[in-house]
Every structure is written in C-alpha cells, then in structure tokens.
Design a protein around this ligand. Structure first.
Ligand SMILES: *[C@@H]1O[C@H](CO)[C@@H](O)[C@H](O)[C@H]1NC(C)=O
Ligand SMILES: *[C@@H]1O[C@H](CO)[C@@H](O)[C@H](O)[C@H]1NC(C)=O
Ligand SMILES: *[C@@H]1O[C@H](CO)[C@@H](O)[C@H](O)[C@H]1NC(C)=O
Ligand SMILES: *[C@@H]1O[C@H](CO)[C@@H](O)[C@H](O)[C@H]1NC(C)=O
Length: 239
C-alpha cells in the first residue's frame, strides 16, 4: 500500500507539472501511463511484478505513471483455482474497460505472472473454443480495435500457466516449451490477434510455463528480466 501511495503521489505531481491547466477531479486521477497487474498464485498485492512497474515508471519522463491491481483471490484451493482465475478475468475486464472510459488519453499496459498471466491471456483472448484448463467460463475476450484494446500499448506475461510453445511473442529459453495448460483452438487464435502487443517470458526450467523441474526458475523472472521488460514496454509507448 505504501508503494502504491508513493507511486500515485509521484504520478500526480508529475501530471500537475506537465499539464498545469485546470482539469476536473476525474481527469486529475488519470495517469498518462497506467499499468494493470495480475499477481501470481499466493502473492500479496502487488506481488513481484512491482519491479516491472518501477522499471517502466522510471523511464516515462514527464508522463505520469501508476498502476492498479486486478482484484482477484489468486488462490489455488479456496476458492479453487478456476474460480479465482475466473474472478480475475471478470474484474480485470471491468477495470480495464472503466479506466479506458474514465481516462481516454491514458496509455495502458497489462502484466500478468503465473496464474495472473492466464488471467491476462483470458481477458484478451477469451476462454471459449479450445482449452486453457478452466471451463467454468466461456468468455470471448476483448474486441480488437475497440476500447479498451485500442488504449493497450503493451502486455507482458511471465511464467504463464497457459504458455504455448513457439509463439512469435515468446522470449527466454523456455520459448519452445508448452506450459501446464497450453492455450489451444479459438482461444489461441484470439490471443494471437494481439501478438504485436505481447511479450511472454518463460524459462526452460520453470514447471509452470515449460514443465521444467526447478521451482526457483518460476520465481526468478523479476530478478532477471524486470529491466528488460520495462525497456520493452517503454519502447511500445508514445512518450
Ligand atoms: C532509473 O533510471 C535511471 C536512468 O536511466 C537509472 O540510472 C536508474 O538505475 C533507474 N532506477 C531504477 C530503480 O530502475
Ligand atoms: C464452456 O465450454 C466447454 C467446452 O465446450 C464446456 O465443457 C463447458 O461446460 C462450458 N462452460 C460453461 C460454463 O458453459
Ligand atoms: C535458461 O536461462 C536461465 C536464466 O538465464 C538459466 O539459469 C538456465 O540455466 C537456462 N537453461 C538452459 C537449459 O539453458
Ligand atoms: C518448438 O519448435 C522447436 C524448434 O522448431 C521444436 O523442436 C519443438 O518441438 C517445438 N515445440 C513444440 C511443443 O511443438
């Protein structure tokens, strides 16, 4: 919470400095760059991905930059994984849609780790026609070229449960491996309509995205790749 307050304070003063004209209260709550985080199973908010937020927001210059957590349990058993994941899809879709409506000039970034990567993939590509391992929702995903997708500039995934081998947006030495519940069929086709916005990090040893045998690989992404991910996102933004 302190981190969040710190970031929004920094974001707000940057916004005031760069645009000193009178604005209404709602517009003054808008970041120029706004990042949505879907945390991994069992992480507290905001989770390890906060280091990617720092890497991004450290590079936006006079553009204000902040983040919000996609609200969902990120649980494994209580509630069960697919209920948790489904809540992430529902809430994340609502949060993105309402932020884009409230702040139409904001450039949006979406990031998901582990279960949260599945959430983000399902927000974009939907859960209908194929498999991502959860069948209790059959959503169709977001519509390309319409808001909020038209506001999304970059999407980063780390250790994705639904990782699919050999996609153009894969990166890391697990690129050629499938995860626990690789996305198939329409779900993969729909997600791949967003290929240009996506980058998905996976390590060969990660049991979650690559069926590897080293749990520590799954938690190593943010020590290894936060700066790379931040640089990749910054290059996708108009600053
Ligand atoms: C922020 O960016 C500056 C300049 O690029 C760099 O020297 C510094 O290490 C960065 N800080 C963090 C926390 O990434
Ligand atoms: C979603 O689709 C799958 C596959 O067709 C089906 O098995 C499942 O029952 C559907 N779920 C819901 C909630 O309709
Ligand atoms: C994959 O990359 C990670 C991180 O750099 C490294 O620790 C690991 O040894 C690599 N695995 C293989 C099979 O090269
Ligand atoms: C991904 O591509 C590599 C290289 O072509 C291939 O060896 C590997 O089997 C592919 N992975 C899957 C799961 O198809």
């Amino acid at each position: 919470m302190a981190l969040k307050l710190l970031l929004s304070t920094v974001a707000l003063s940057a916004a005031v400095l760069s645009r000193p004209t009178a604005r209404d209260a709602a517009a003054s709550d808008c970041d120029d760059v706004h990042i949505f985080l879907a945390r991994g199973t069992w992480e507290d908010y905001p989770g390890r991905q906060i280091s990617v937020v720092y890497a991004i927001c450290n590079g936006t210059g006079t553009a204000s930059c902040g983040y919000e957590d996609i609200q969902y349990p990120a649980s494994f058993l209580a509630p069960p994984y697919c209920d948790s994941e489904g809540l992430g899809v529902t809430h994340g879709t609502d949060q993105l849609t309402s932020y884009a409506k409230k702040c139409p000039k904001a450039q949006l970034v979406v990031s998901g780790y582990s279960q949260g990567a599945q959430v983000v993939g399902n927000i974009l590509g939907g859960q209908q026609g194929g498999s991502t391992g959860c069948t209790d929702q059959n959503t169709t995903g977001l519509v390309p070229d319409a808001s909020p997708v038209s506001k999304i500039k970059a999407v980063t995934l780390f250790g994705d449960v639904t990782h699919v081998a050999n996609q153009t947006y894969n990166t890391g030495n697990g690129t050629a491996d499938n995860g626990l519940d690789p996305r198939t069929g329409t779900q993969l086709e729909r997600l791949n309509e967003f290929s240009d916005l996506l980058q998905s990090w996976c390590l060969d040893d990660d049991p979650v995205c690559a069926l590897g045998d080293d749990d520590s690989a799954h938690t190593s992404y943010f020590d290894l790749f936060s700066q790379d991910a931040g640089d990749w996102v910054l290059a996708k933004l108009t600053l």
